[in-house]
Design a protein around this ligand. Structure first.
Ligand code: PLP
Length: 432
């Protein structure tokens, strides 16, 4: 993200004002209009993130399984697959999408606390031998997987997702995205691992344990919390090893990004620390998997929005709102867990005086509120909500009859693909 000398914001070398106001040439179609609200993504920036993370493994056996939930747009998944990523999916639909985008079954892992039978059937049945691993999240899931595999005459490969029981305060992230503490629904609690082992033993003819995994939480900004969870994975793997032919350990995703308050660590730092701890536990011969979502895509996407109008309370000049055409349905993170995205004008006039405005969307909810931001006192036509590449579009909804936002994908300084906004009549037709 850069500010050009003209005052215009640019992403991936493309001036964003041009993009939202004019027709962009997309694959030779000069008539495709981008408009607003639109997510704009820099595929080159995302590919760079993937390469930097791949390099942190220094050629040792590994898999970077992109958490598709963070952003399931095909051009993004394909760009990351081209850099060597596999995928971590959480539904049958994500599994099919990842495969359509070029992820082979052997490079797919599947997490989720409540997978349906048809989703398990899909994971077990794809390709020659099913996906790389289904992450088992409860003791109760093991006989279910065994039965589904037996029905297909197959052996399902699974990992044991433990709940490492890290202290929730130590995770230092919003409670809605902290997953590795005792109260969370995710993973097999450490005291239940013995029961899981018994269930795995009983299911040996149809279920093979190939790895141990955990995911501590998302938007972690220190290596310590990640390592606490990783160590629990390594200790569990060590204890299971004589009994099961483990092939890998998976320390999950969760690498934080800088939303404006700083983030002192890079994804590669988490991996270097995890690799060192893996070796200390005598597990250096196993492959190391990780499941990053946000860190690969978050910083390389913005949400462009048009300013609809401003509103200033009479006699209360400090009560100022800037109303934009993107709402909580388009970017849910602020309403869902008080996340803050920086908001800046797409074109910054030189010498503009900045005043605090509360930026809100059109949705009929008080939580449709993007917070207070310093913005020019004078007219602003468009704004960009920064760092919106992860958990933005993928969480969007059609609440209030609003069409899903458009998405523009930039590569090499041009719009490489465009997913246009659907007409409002689509919603009317679907709902009537
Ligand atoms: C099991 C699992 N893996 C990976 C991720 C991706 O997390 P992040 O986007 O923080 O890297 C999540 C996110 O919730 C998850 O639950």
């Amino acid at each position: 993200m850069t500010r050009l000398p003209s005052g215009e914001l640019a992403l991936g070398g493309v001036p964003l004002g041009d993009l939202s106001r004019q027709s962009a040439e997309v694959g030779g179609d000069a008539g495709a209009r981008v408009g607003t609200p639109t997510y704009v993504y820099d595929l080159d920036g995302m590919a760079r993130e993937a390469r930097e993370l791949e390099d942190a493994f220094e050629g040792t056996p590994h898999l970077v399984a992109f958490a598709v939930k963070a952003n399931s747009a095909g051009p993004i998944v394909r760009a990351l697959v081209a850099e060597g990523c596999g995928a971590d999916v959480v539904s049958g639909a994500e599994l099919l999408l990842a495969m359509r985008c070029g992820v082979s079954p052997e490079r797919l892992v599947y997490s989720g606390v409540a997978k349906r039978d048809d989703e398990l059937d899909l994971a077990i049945g794809v390709g020659d031998a099913g996906i790389r691993a289904i992450n088992v999240e409860s003791v109760e899931e093991i006989p279910r997987i065994a039965a589904r595999a037996a029905a297909q005459g197959r052996v399902a490969r699974v990992t044991l997702r433990i709940n490492p029981g890290v202290d929730a305060d130590e995770l230092d992230t919003h409670s809605y995205i902290a997953t590795g503490h005792d109260e969370a629904k995710f993973g097999v609690p450490l005291p239940s691992v013995a029961d899981a082992v018994a269930a795995l033993d009983a299911a040996r003819s149809n279920v093979h344990l190939v790895g141990v995994t955990s995911h501590a939480g998302s938007q972690l900004t220190s290596v310590e919390a990640y390592l606490a969870s990783a160590r629990a994975v390594f200790e569990t793997a060590k204890s299971l090893r004589p009994r099961f032919a483990l092939e890998f350990v998976d320390t999950g995703g969760g690498f934080g990004i800088d939303y404006g308050d700083g983030c002192p660590v890079r994804p590669a730092d988490f991996i270097r620390a995890a690799r060192a701890a893996q070796r200390e536990h005598g597990l250096g011969d196993l492959a190391l998997y990780c499941e990053p979502g946000r860190a690969l895509v978050g910083a390389h996407g913005v949400l462009l929005a048009k300013v609809i109008q401003r509103k200033i309370a009479a006699g209360e000049p400090t009560r100022r709102w800037l109303m934009i055409d993107a709402g909580m349905n388009d970017l849910m993170r602020p309403a869902l867990y008080q996340a803050r995205h920086r908001i800046v004008p797409v074109v910054m006039e030189a010498g503009a005086r900045l005043l605090p405005f509360r930026v809100v969307g059109p949705v009929c909810e008080s939580s449709d509120d993007f917070g207070v931001h310093d913005l020019p006192e004078g007219d602003v036509a468009e704004v960009a909500l920064l760092d919106a590449g992860a958990y933005g579009y993928s969480m969007s909804s059609r609440y209030n009859g609003r069409p899903l936002p458009a998405e523009a994908f930039l590569r090499g300084g041009v719009v490489a693909a465009l997913h246009p906004r659907k007409p409002i009549t689509d919603w009317v037709d679907d709902r009537r």
